[in-house]
Ligand binder design. Structure first.
Ligand code: G6Q
Length: 556
């Protein structure tokens, strides 16, 4: 048994990045690299692109515009070896319970396992049940898409509404948006997540109960926001359809909680199951992806899974020096733990990927935004970065000023589809690509004082660009389901590797619990008869203010 397996079984981890022998060597190397400009690195090495780029299937990663040399990469790779990324990776793929605080395996890779190899949790091969649910989702989606599945008045379904939040919303929402060119022409997909009644009201206004199908997506089927929205939708539907028996044609569920689904009134035959070894933010590949299957069809969904599986295989099999997720993770650690970069910006140059930054915010920050290690000890090094972003072309006219001339170092990921889905709009695409290329060049090269002065003699220092801002370029040959699956899995595994380097449990999320508990306590207080006084002065005053505003009674 490997030492990592032993550690996992004992619920333990190893020392994090700061406590590895190679850390001091990396620190010394960083001191040398801090003043090196990427311009000079490019000037000295015409083969820099060949050395620092990698192609895996439909994805091309150019990481040459980073503040690295061959030595940097060798040392970072040594770090990956010292923390035993390979050992941890095997633990994940073989169903060891690496989510130690919840005593769970982390096996979203099984959901897209397209090989004939079994994948086991507690000795049970989970592949038969995974395949069975995928089969049921495909059959159901086919009925809806073909018009065979009818609403309570006999009309075909025209609108699908996913009600869910967090991991039960962001993944399917992002993928449905990204695969817009593949959507069924007669089926619109909507997402309701916010418990603010304005969200569901706005969505329902445009819907016809006779032709709307609701998917209540919730692993626990206990999330308050989702349950309130689901009950609202149910009430809206019943006041129009006037018979509970019609619910069966209009409400289905994606969940791990069969009893709660039945208690809500959804026929268990209309429940699509998944399991506790699928984390919420890693669940778009599971029944939570039902909206995706409905939108693009089972074949396209299978291509998405195949893309992710191709990346899983690459991650598991490629040597670290040619391993895309490992490389991206190490570069992130380089800036996070040596340059002190606090954030990482994600810049898709593709309208269909506009929700990718929001998706990655959750995937990354909920996974690695932790300050105690796997053993519960406080870490003495920086962990997860702040992930943020927006479509690049819009960002250029907004926040790029700070990227180019601000005081902070913000590494960037540019994500681009080389071939558009709209060949008739080549002029648009050319301009998009030209801008992406120009931005990565400008961030890297900058424009020196002398170069600037050669162009103007007014406000020269205001117009200087220091450059030396790192970026990765990730090019998809085209935004197909397969390429998208690869891209998402790439980031999932990047997050995994960083979690290993920082010795974190990337698969729990205790940090979201306290707010939920406090909200539960405050909820009844909003309508309390007497002044609320059990909190701090600020919270008391705010609760009492809201009580007054919502209960305009004379005595308050
Ligand atoms: C993700 C988190 C969280 C979760 C939501 C929804 O990893 O666990 O975002 O997905 O809180 O939970 P339910 O699916 O149980 O409603």
């Amino acid at each position: 048994m490997s030492s990592v397996v032993q550690m996992v079984r004992n619920g333990a981890g190893g020392p994090g990045v700061l406590h590895r022998p190679v850390y001091r060597v990396l620190q010394a190397h960083h001191a040398q690299m801090e003043t090196v400009h990427m311009r000079d690195l490019f000037a000295a090495d015409p083969a820099r692109f060949e050395r620092f780029s990698l192609r895996v299937g439909a994805l091309l990663l150019d990481y040459s515009k980073n503040r690295i040399t061959g030595d940097t990469m060798s040392l970072l790779l040594r770090l990956a070896e010292e923390v035993d990324v390979a050992g941890w990776r095997e633990c994940m793929f073989t169903g060891e319970k690496i989510n130690n605080t919840e005593n769970r395996a982390v096996l979203h890779v099984a959901l897209r396992n397209r090989s004939n190899q079994p994948m086991r949790v507690d000795g049970e091969d989970v592949m038969p049940k995974v395949s069975a649910v995928i089969g049921r989702m495909a059959a159901f989606a086919e009925q809806v898409r073909s018009g065979e599945w009818r609403g309570y008045t006999g009309k075909r379904i025209s609108d699908v509404v996913n009600i869910g939040i967090g991991g039960s919303d962001l993944g399917p929402r992002m993928v449905c948006q990204a695969l817009k060119p593949y959507h069924h022409p007669q089926l619109k997909v909507h997402f309701i997540s916010n418990v603010d009644g304005a969200h569901i009201q706005e969505a329902l206004e445009a819907l016809n109960p006779e032709t709307t199908l609701f998917i209540v997506s919730s692993k626990t089927f206990a999330t308050q926001e989702t349950m309130i929205n689901a009950h609202h939708a149910r009430e809206w539907f019943l006041t129009r359809s006037l018979a509970t028996r019609h619910i069966a044609r209009h409400f289905v569920a994606a969940s791990a909680n069969r009893d709660a689904v039945a208690a809500f009134g959804i026929d268990p035959a209309n429940m699509f199951e998944f399991w506790d070894w699928v984390g919420g933010r890693y669940s778009l590949w599971s029944a939570i992806g039902l909206s995706i299957v409905l939108a693009v069809g089972a074949e396209r969904f299978a291509e998405l899974l195949e893309g992710a599986h191709a990346m899983d295989r690459h991650f598991r099999e490629a040597p670290s020096a040619r391993n895309m997720p490992v490389i991206l993770a190490l570069l992130g650690v380089w800036y996070n733990n040596f340059f002190g970069a606090e954030s990482h910006v994600v810049l898709p140059y593709d309208h269909c990927l506009r929700s990718l930054p929001a998706y990655l915010e959750q995937a990354d920050m909920e996974s690695n935004g932790k300050s105690v290690d796997r053993d519960g000890n406080r870490v003495d090094y920086a962990t997860g970065q702040i992930v943020w972003g927006a479509t690049g072309i819009n960002g250029q006219h907004a926040f790029y000023q700070l990227l180019h001339q601000g005081t902070r170092l913000i590494p960037a990921d540019f994500i681009v589809s080389a071939v558009p889905h709209t060949p008739d709009r080549q002029a648009h695409h050319d301009l998009l690509i030209a801008n992406f290329l120009a931005q990565t060049e400008a961030l890297m090269r900058g424009r020196s004082f002398e170069e600037t002065r050669a162009q103007t003699d007014r406000f020269v220092s205001h117009k200087v660009f220091e450059g030396n801002h790192p970026s990765n370029a990730i090019l998809l040959s085209k935004l197909t389901p397969h390429a998208l699956g690869m891209l998402i899995a790439l980031y999932e595994h990047k997050i995994f590797v960083q979690g290993v380097i920082w010795n974190l449990n990337s698969y729990d999320q205790w940090g979201v619990e306290l707010g939920k508990q406090l909200a539960g306590r405050i909820l009844p207080e909003l309508h309390a008869d007497a002044q609320v006084s059990g909190h701090d002065a600020s919270t008391n005053a705010l609760i009492n203010y809201c009580r007054r505003m919502n209960l305009p009674r004379a005595d308050l």
